[in-house]
Design a protein around this ligand. Structure first.
Ligand code: PAZ
Length: 361
């Protein structure tokens, strides 16, 4: 435990001045004005219908090494936790703002994308007779019998979310676009007061290249005759090494904006963050430390290797509760741990706003 930093040794939490500085020196996503209007309308619609809104963040953020980005550093996350949880929140009657890494898993389509099966493997040709070159064409495409029931269930849920407009998809790629969008949505959600919920499952970069040290062009691994070393000031550059050129990257800490979310952007909402670790010996320590630093309501801790089977809820009353699901045996379907996490989160949200009921369709 002695190798984990104490509160005093951690990078300072972001203050209003840090927020001003960060958002003034970084370019917002090009479409932020349009997205902000969509968020405004989405929240106004569900607020008027007395429906709760949860922001679910999902997937990993990237840190570009060049302005014209060829290379970037990525954060681990497939988006499974976020996409799966979003489905259970929709089932529980929430409207969901799904702030996700572009091309990571999405609610509903996750059942058929990114899997080892190609989506075409779920389909067959109806009316096709025979095999190989002699087969007669059928002319229609249908879902194979063995997948039909499950796909129908997913399709119905997906259609319900579409028809009721309860799912808003907001994509990001870089840590900067994630932070701009998080702030934007949080400000828009203020109108919901304690009915607003933040469920921050995204894996957000801790280190980045500040704009004044960002290389403009692709970092070259060798010398270009006649080219001036214009990127020598950059945070990522090649330098001589014992076995040829090496890439040296010098990153700054990303300001800790969870504090700004709790105190400034969404002061009345319930805020839940996730904490991912790989060393079980420090997981609880890091969860408690996050609560102490940011003063929000709940941290859900998980380990990389067991995140699908167990998580721990650490709350601001010093309670620690584990949720576990058994690992499925071969051929069995895995019970999704989010099917237990989300109802427990909803129970706590109910409690925090005095047991108000949820308006469902
Ligand atoms: O997306 P996924 O299911 O592969 O992984 C989910 C997770 C481990 C990224 C998430 O549960 C989590 O812990 N997010 C916070 C990561 C962090 O500590 O920054």
């Amino acid at each position: 435990m002695s190798s984990t930093p104490s509160l005093e040794e951690l990078p300072p939490i972001a203050q209003p001045d840090d927020e001003l500085q960060y958002f003034e020196t970084h370019a917002p996503p090009a479409n932020i004005a349009q997205l902000s209007l969509e968020v405004r309308d989405f929240i106004a619609h569900h607020h008027a219908a007395h429906r709760r809104v949860v922001l679910v963040s999902s997937g990993g953020t990237t840190v570009p090494l060049e302005n014209q980005t060829v290379r970037f550093i990525d954060n681990f996350s497939a988006g499974t936790r976020g996409a799966t949880s979003a489905e259970y929140f929709l089932e529980a009657g929430y409207a969901v703002v799904f702030l996700h890494r572009q091309f990571s898993l999405l609610p509903y389509s996750r059942h058929y994308s990114h899997s080892t099966n190609c989506f075409l493997d779920y389909l067959s040709e109806w009316g096709r007779i025979g095999e190989g070159e002699d087969a007669a064409e059928g002319g229609d495409v249908v879902v194979k019998q063995k997948y039909r029931q499950q796909m129908l269930d997913v399709l119905r849920k997906y259609r319900r979310a579409k028809e009721n407009k309860t799912l808003l998809l907001l994509p990001y790629t870089t840590v900067t676009s994630y932070l701009f969008l998080l702030r934007e949505v949080a400000m828009r959600m203020q109108v919901l007061g304690s009915e607003g919920l933040f469920y921050l499952a995204a894996a957000v970069s801790d280190f980045f290249v500040p704009p004044d040290r960002m290389a403009e062009h692709k970092i070259q691994s060798g010398d270009i005759p006649g080219a001036a070393g214009e990127d020598n000031h950059a945070a990522a550059a090649v330098a001589p090494g014992p076995r040829g050129k090496k890439l040296v990257i010098d990153l700054d800490p990303v300001p800790k904006f969870l504090n700004r979310l709790v105190e400034g952007w969404a002061p009345n909402a319930m805020i839940i963050s996730f904490k991912l670790e790989t060393d079980s010996a420090i997981l609880l320590y890091k969860c408690r430390q996050a609560l102490e630093r940011y003063n929000h309501q709940l941290v859900i801790g998980n380990l990389l290797s067991t995140r699908k089977f167990e998580v721990v809820f650490v709350d601001n009353k010093k309670n620690e509760n584990w949720i576990r699901v058994p690992e499925a045996k071969e051929g069995e379907e895995q019970l999704e741990i989010e099917s237990l996490i989300v109802p427990e989160v909803v129970r706590r949200h109910n409690q925090s706003i005095g047991g108000a009921s949820i308006h469902r369709f």
